[in-house]
Ligand binder design. Structure first.
Ligand SMILES: *Cc1c(COP(=O)(O)O)cnc(C)c1O
Length: 390
């Protein structure tokens, strides 16, 4: 497809307009949805640009191009979910490869890595990546893949992606960064030295809580081709309609992110000032331990945060019975605000021991701040916090 966006347009323009009016049939302004699973050959042994939908689909490819440009990669592979994106990298490793992952990563990621390790397909080491010296000692074991998640889910710990990538790559490892929490609007891990970016595009990239899709973006062109080939081999490819919805959501990524972050900052300040709240984890707050690093490494602080209620589970229960504007649900990154209780929801499968090692207590709540009016968000949160006080 022809590219209406010149090579060096700003990322906002890529998000809003990549592929606009490039439809070869009718020059449709909104990108068409190609559902066909198969394509006519021109003749004997003459496939055209597309032959079969597992290998390539115009709608999926347009979304992939836009995401790859936003992440400054050579290409993106779209998978049926964020988990499938991570497994695309992990499943391709030779048997027995060592994977280094953060000890406090997303619960689903940990479940996947542990399941692969239990089946002896990989070796797995879970490490605290905020300690660079400790991290270096783990590199002596020659990992094939280092997985980084920054900011981490749900505690919003930020690690130094450039420093970790330099050391990991010097030891021969490839580095993948899960950029789900910030999106390329606020962080570009490839420009910090990573080899791959991972996304649950289910979250901010789509932004409307109506689709499950994932992405792997590669810095290196040969790696991109190898991953695209592997997705075709294993069949882990995103559906055309899901891709189309995600492209539609991506159009507004930058404005959503900007406003959601603005709302998040106001919410973090409200929480910080409230007597029932023991701690707020939001890197945008100046007293967050990783504030300086986040300010240097990121273009913004994003719309995710977590906080601890001093009263533990009973306080959580009272809060959740009375809170308004924040819906109790898993997932994040949509236009609507959500609240989740990691210990019983997103991080349940991690088990109590790993949770306590990662610092995920029973009084911890995670917020995804949406696009509602800030007065309504404040009032809704206040309703929950007041119930805790009683
Ligand atoms: C949700 C999430 C995933 C998994 O993505 P799915 O699309 O739900 O499969 C991976 N990493 C992070 C940080 C997430 O928040």
């Amino acid at each position: 497809m022809s590219d209406k966006t010149a090579p060096r347009v700003q990322p906002e323009t890529v998000a809003a307009a990549h592929g606009v009016a490039s439809d070869p049939a009718f020059r449709a302004v909104a990108s068409p949805l190609y559902l066909s699973s198969t394509y006519e050959f021109a003749g004997y042994d003459e496939p055209r640009a597309y032959d079969y939908g597992r290998g390539g689909n115009p709608t999926r490819d347009l979304l992939a191009e836009a995401i790859a440009k936003l992440e400054e990669g050579t290409g993106a592979v779209l998978t049926p979910s964020g988990m499938a994106a991570i497994d695309l990298l992990v499943g391709r490793l030779p048997a027995g490869s060592l994977v280094l992952a953060p000890f406090d990563c997303y619960g689903g990621t940990m479940r996947l890595l542990k399941a692969r390790a239990e089946r002896r397909q990989i070796h797995l080491e879970l490490v605290d990546q905020s300690n660079i010296d400790l991290f270096e000692t783990h590199l002596a074991a020659r990992p094939s893949l280092v997985l980084i998640e920054s900011p981490s889910n749900p505690l919003m710990r930020v690690v130094d992606i450039a420093a970790l990538s330099t050391r990991a790559r010097a030891s021969g490892a490839r580095v993948a960064v899960d950029n789900t929490f910030l999106s390329p609007a606020l962080q570009r891990p490839l420009s910090l030295g990573a080899d791959y970016v991972l996304h649950s595009t289910t979250k901010f990239l789509n932004g409307h809580s109506d689709v499950i899709v994932g992405a792997v973006i590669a810095a290196d062109a040969d790696e991109f081709m190898a991953l695209k080939h592997w997705a075709n081999v294993t069949g882990a490819v995103a559906a055309p309609f899901d891709s189309w919805l995600t492209l539609r959501g991506l159009r507004t990524l930058f404005v959503r992110m900007g406003r959601q972050e603005q709302n998040a900052m106001a919410i973090a300040e409200l929480l910080k000032a409230h007597p029932t709240v023991a701690r707020v984890h939001y890197p945008g707050l100046p007293d967050h331990p990783d504030h300086a690093l986040a300010a240097r490494q990121q273009k913004g602080f994003g719309a995710m945060m977590s906080f601890e209620l001093a009263g533990g589970v009973p306080a959580v229960q009272r809060f959740l019975r009375s809170v308004r504007s924040f819906t109790l649900a898993e997932s994040l990154g949509g236009v609507e605000s959500l609240v989740a209780h990691p210990a019983t929801m997103t991080h349940l499968d991690m088990g109590p021991e790993a949770r306590s090692r990662a610092g995920i207590g029973d009084g911890l709540l995670r917020l995804s701040v949406g696009l509602e009016h800030i007065d309504d968000l404040r009032a809704g949160l206040d309703a929950g916090l007041s119930a805790v006080e009683m």
